[in-house]
Design a protein around this ligand. Structure first.
Ligand SMILES: *Cc1c(COP(=O)(O)O)cnc(C)c1O
Length: 432
């Protein structure tokens, strides 16, 4: 019912996150408010790290895909848990470096990095630039030559797997803006070219087959396809890579009925496939990386809002308006994302009121959820949306010149601000 084990209900009927009463948090920090459980984030990091111990004898690491939630404190937390960090823009790279992440532990992705971003990554000594397109190679080579350095890279490969169908429709994924195509031979050509470049060292290959995946098979299949390609590269070019990055995309719970798989089960299934494929192809087991984003932070986060008007339109629907909306969580407006909502100060009451949760932006599509069951709401109640830790703050905007809310981290009953709320002065800072 409450989705995540960092959530509970206290005797007052209030929702509690990692020992903090959400009603108290709202009173102390105001709403809207992002709240993240540090305890839950650390526990998830540890589960991934220990899976690498169990399945690969520690020969590999999870990498936090930080586009899910990027701020200085999250980089410090995942770094202290032994994870590497993945960034997809100069801005995320800057934030990670500011937070003290060593450049050697940063993996830089992106399907259209600017020249400026490439130069920034090379000058900073980023440990792994994941090349999305062969034309990026020349840009990296030039930047590395100008810095008298050698850039470590890997290639993002399109393995031809559609993660959201059972039969792995190949053409489905070839139609993607990300990566280099395996099946047409483009990937082999790119590997061949990279091996001739003196300011580039190709360390391995990468694939990422999708997001919010709730099945093991696509991950297993991707690992097998990639290792078949490793064997082909060894046979044709005589090269054996150091690492294999199998991407992220592990699904989380947004609603009670979402059937998630414990991360350990994905890890175990993929590890069996990796070991048996390496044995069959007589390949040494490469160092394995995975890149979870959503599953590290998603269920650890909630968003608190104050209920404004409740508009009951007989025979149509009940609009419950909140002091946030698509500017702090655009995911329903973008792709009808599922969420669980409840009234945090009535969490022990039955959820028998069917509501559409509407934001305060001047857009009819500014909704958080439609026809969802809630405790009966009243103006002034505290509405909470669960599983908002991933792709909420990181997708927030200033539409209608609304202010991005603060983010509070909670741990064992203590809370602290990790991102301050924006102010009106912040809004005009770059206006001339
Ligand atoms: C987005 C992304 C991830 C993380 O995906 P999640 O679904 O958040 O786990 C990992 N790798 C790459 C390359 C990505 O683009």
């Amino acid at each position: 019912m409450l989705i995540s084990d960092c959530l509970s209900c206290n005797d007052a009927g209030h929702l509690v996150i990692s020992g903090c009463d959400t009603v108290d948090l709202a009173r102390q920090y105001g709403t809207p408010l992002y709240v993240m459980s540090e305890d839950k984030i650390r526990e998830t990091c540890r589960r991934y790290v220990s899976s690498f111990q169990t399945n690969y004898g520690g020969n590999g690491r999870p990498i936090y895909a930080s586009k899910a939630f990027s701020c200085k404190e999250i980089y410090r937390i995942v770094l202290s848990e032994g994870l590497d960090v993945e960034v997809v823009s100069g801005g995320e790279l800057y934030t990670a470096l500011q937070a003290g992440v060593p450049a050697s532990k940063i993996h830089f992705q992106g399907n259209n990095k600017s020249i400026g971003e490439i130069v920034y990554a090379v000058e900073s000594g980023v440990g792994d630039i994941v090349v999305d397109h062969p034309s990026e190679l020349m840009q990296i080579q030039r930047a590395a030559a100008e810095n008298s350095t050698v850039a470590s890279i890997s290639f993002r490969i399109k393995p031809g797997i559609d993660a959201h169908t059972h039969d792995f429709i190949r053409t489905g994924q070839i139609d993607s803006k990300f990566g280099i195509d395996l099946i047409s031979g483009e990937a082999m050509e790119a590997v061949r070219t990279a091996l001739t470049m003196d300011h580039i060292v190709l360390k391995g290959l990468h694939c990422h087959i999708g997001s919010q995946i709730l099945e093991k098979e696509p991950f297993v299949h991707a690992a097998e396809v990639m290792l078949d390609f490793y064997a082909q590269i060894r046979d044709e070019l005589g090269v054996v890579f150091e690492h294999l990055n199998l991407g992220g995309g592990f699904g989380i719970k947004y609603r009670d009925e979402d059937l998630t798989i414990p991360y350990e089960e994905y890890m175990a299934a993929v590890s069996v496939a990796v070991h048996s494929k390496c044995k069959a192809k007589e390949l040494p087991t490469p160092k394995i990386f995975i890149e979870p984003g959503r599953s590290i932070v998603g269920e650890a986060g909630i968003t608190l809002y104050t209920v404004g008007s409740v508009k009951e339109i007989p025979g149509v629907r009940n609009y419950v308006t909140i002091d946030g909306g698509m500017f702090d969580n655009p995911r329903y407006a973008l792709y009808q994302a599922d969420y669980t909502c409840l009234i945090a100060n009535k969490a022990d009451q039955p959820a028998d009121y069917i509501a559409t949760i509407a934001g305060k932006c001047c857009e009819s599509g500014d909704l958080i959820q439609e026809h969802t069951a809630l405790q009966t709401p009243m103006e002034g109640d505290l509405l909470v949306v669960l599983s908002t830790g991933a792709y909420n703050y990181s997708m927030a905007s200033n539409y209608n010149r609304n202010l991005k809310p603060a983010c509070v981290m909670v741990s064992e009953g203590e809370s602290r601000i990790v991102i301050k709320a924006e102010t009106y002065e912040d809004l005009v800072r770059n206006d001339v």
